[in-house]
Design a protein around this ligand. Sequence first.
Ligand code: DX5
Ligand code: ZN
Length: 222
Amino acid sequence: MNHLIAPSILAADFANLQRDIELINKSDADWIHVDIMDGMFVPNISFGFPVVTAVKKHAEKPLDVHLMIVDPDRYLKNFKEAGAAGMTVHYEACPNLHRTVQYIKELGCRAGVALNPHTPVALLEDIIADLDMVLIMSVNPGFGGQKFIENTYKKLKDIKELSNRKNPGLYIEVDGGVDSTNAAKLVEAGANVLVAGNSVFSAPDPSVAITNLKKSGALSVS
Ligand code: DX5
Ligand code: ZN
């Protein structure tokens, strides 16, 4: 499959969110990445259900909701109702991860698990077959515009190898510091969904930036 692009609206202009969603609608983007932060799991607060509901009203592409929150089970139903197509929870925030993943699926959503930079891919060995997506954090979660962590390439190769063995249809998403300089190499290492915030919304033309990410390394993907 060709890789997907999921612009992160964390870097959008919140006072002009409808405009930025419409920009994504018209672009080559595949999903809209929605970052939820609770000030507990990560040292930042982003936005909650009313904003997701408002985004959904204008979005013509699936909402890829990334939950950087403790005990996400409490709110999965609310995010589904707000319009999530996929929900990704953090490995580090879910003591009963298998139950959480089953719950996301019961709600009819694509189920993803995110790994912080320090969390090894091998910990997913016994759950990988149940997942629709793994999100590899390439920065520490909590903020946009951070520097990309180079060890991500190794982790992508590890998850790609695990996916080949146990779940070949897995979405492998990479999130944090993704731009046109590393996109092709990330796809080559195994990523098939690229999240990009700052590199899209700080670009002179965000739509062109999305197209460039979409074209990056496109021929090297199987
Ligand atoms: C970080 C978020 C990311 C963030 C990416 O905690 O999960 O989705 O929006 O932003 P950039 O692409 O600017 O690093
Ligand atoms: Zn994210």
